[in-house]
Design a protein around this ligand. Structure first.
Ligand SMILES: O=c1ccn([C@@H]2O[C@H](COP(=O)(O)OP(=O)(O)O[C@H]3O[C@H](CO)[C@@H](O)[C@H](O)[C@H]3O)[C@@H](O)[C@H]2O)c(=O)[nH]1
Length: 485
């Protein structure tokens, strides 16, 4: 129930339908199904099914079915409400398994990482179950290990300024306490956040397979962690991406795709920095001001997707005069240096435009994959969830990024931002190496998804193995365990 998860699920559904000839049903709550309906190409026969959900029954504002419109402080309540979908999902799978919905009984159920408990439902009907993790291998291995090895703040152990290693993932090298969001820093295993994470993460072990939206070649460390930890097949099938960004007219995108395209068309190749913090995160007002000053001082061209800062309702009116330095919107418009987009931009199209040469990103994994698929290097400003570990692996292991900020609390200085923007966009040796490496990863991604006379890429092979495992599982159930076929 989040754009960062729904988008890769839609991409996976379309891939399975168009490339693998599978009949696919996407299940979600009514408002998310309405969004999906607008994003599915008319030629697709992916079927959409609703499960009922009334947010007010869970103490959430009316119409809250997606983190993109969720007040920032209600995330835990929202996550817990997802557990209450069990009876509705159970009865829906019972109908599907009986063939009541006019479709053949499903061979496989793929659920989001937060719905891993659906393995129990699938197995009740002899159906193969896979968790599809829309995040990366390394980032989610750290996230998984951190939540299942609590607490992290102990007397005489980890404290401010200290680094530590993960007991079951030492090869991840050291993490710093500032790479843990505040609620994870204070989690002790018995608080409601820990209780929720322990339910959903420990149940990954009940799945028959784990699908990860990544590429083995540059993200193998975390995949090996899950293989070792869960003893289950882990299939890196990515990147599974949409070719066009979903539109989001209901939240009032002010700059249409055509305006963005025309603006980008007027800029030299690789000269534009794209700035966006994803579908559900934002920065503080003071940080917005520092970022604006840093962007202006760097002299680079930029497109910046602005969301209301921390403390403001995501749906509130825009207040440029409070959130941005005085005269900033007018100056950048007059100079032609910047384009401000409110709430939602056509990100895939922007990153694919030849004028874009860098992406200042919160390091949500979809954004990372979309950027690297186009060979665009990253300036990381992780804000929540596993984004801190994505940023770390992108900089330290993969070599395509430099971190410019960390979290919502630590103040980022405009001077430092300016220096790092210059370094990635135009700078000397280090910037050159980051740009070279981003192009190398782009080629690695192309190889992973290729299927031609010369053979299959690693992600195509992984998808083959996953689909084969689901079919074999089905064959065994039908033949009472006697046959593999
Ligand atoms: O203006 C916008 C903003 C976002 N997007 C799209 O929305 C998705 C955003 O996904 P992502 O970059 O992964 O960020 P989040 O929305 O923050 O994703 C959540 O889900 C990811 C996958 O599990 C995690 O990596 C993140 O930490 C988590 O916050 C991407 O496909 C973007 O192209 C747009 O099209 N336009």
């Amino acid at each position: 129930m989040a754009q960062g998860h729904i988008i890769p699920f839609l991409a996976l559904a379309l891939h399975l339908e168009q490339r693998r000839n599978c009949a696919v049903t996407l299940v979600n709550t009514p408002l998310n199904i309405a969004k999906l309906r607008r994003s599915i190409p008319p030629s697709s026969s992916v079927r959409l099914l609703e499960i009922p959900f009334r947010s007010s029954d869970h103490g959430l504002p009316p119409g809250t079915e997606n983190t993109d419109s969720l007040p920032y402080d209600l995330i835990l309540k929202f996550l817990i409400s997802s557990l209450r979908l069990e009876p509705a999902l159970s009865s829906l799978v019972a109908d599907l398994a009986a063939g009541d919905a006019g479709f053949p009984s499903p061979i496989c159920i793929v659920t989001d990482m937060f719905f891993s408990w659906c393995a129990d439902i699938a197995h009740r009907y002899g159906i193969f179950h896979a968790v599809f993790n829309a995040g990366g291998g390394y980032g989610f291995a750290c996230y998984y290990s951190l939540w299942l090895n609590l607490p992290h703040r102990r007397e005489n152990s980890v404290s401010d300024g200290e680094e530590f290693t993960l007991p079951d993932f030492p090869e991840a090298s050291t993490l710093h306490i500032t790479q843990l969001p505040p609620f994870l820093q204070s989690a002790d295993g018995s608080d409601p956040f820990s209780a929720f994470q322990q339910i959903v993460l420990s149940k990954w072990a009940n799945a028959d397979a784990i699908l990860v939206n990544t590429v083995e070649g540059f993200d193998g460390l975390g995949l090996d962690y899950f293989r070792r930890k869960l003893g289950k097949p882990v299939f890196p099938i990515g990147p599974v991406l949409l070719t066009n960004s979903p539109t989001k007219t209901e939240t009032g995108m002010t700059n249409s795709p055509e305006i963005c395209k025309n603006w980008l068309d007027s800029k030299p190749a690789r000269s534009v920095l794209f700035v966006s913090f994803g579908s559900q995160n934002t920065i503080a007002e003071a940080q917005m001001k520092e970022l604006a000053v840093g962007l202006e001082a760097s002299g680079t061209n930029f497109i910046w997707v602005i969301r209301p800062p921390l403390g403001f309702d995501i749906n509130s009116e825009f207040r440029d005069e409070d959130w941005l330095p005085e005269g900033f919107p007018e100056r950048i418009e007059a100079s032609g240096k910047g384009l401000l987009v409110r709430r939602w931009a056509p990100q895939v199209e922007i990153l694919g435009h030849e004028s874009v040469g860098g992406f200042l990103s919160h390091c949500g994994w979809n954004s990372v994959l979309e950027s690297l698929s186009c060979g665009v290097p990253i300036l990381g400003w992780p804000l929540a969830a596993e984004q801190f570990y994505n940023s770390k692996v992108l900089e330290e292991e993969i070599g395509v990024s430099v971190e410019v900020g960390r979290g919502k609390e630590i103040v980022v200085r405009s001077g430092d931002l300016k220096d790092k923007i210059e370094m990635v966009m135009v700078g000397g040796e280090k910037g050159k190496e980051i740009r070279r490496r981003a192009n190398e990863i782009k080629e690695m991604i192309k190889d992973a998804v290729k299927e031609d006379g010369e053979g299959k890429g690693s992600s195509v092979e992984a998808m083959d193995e996953f689909l084969n495992a689901a079919v074999v599982f089905r064959g065994r159930k039908i033949n009472g365990g006697k046959s593999e076929a």
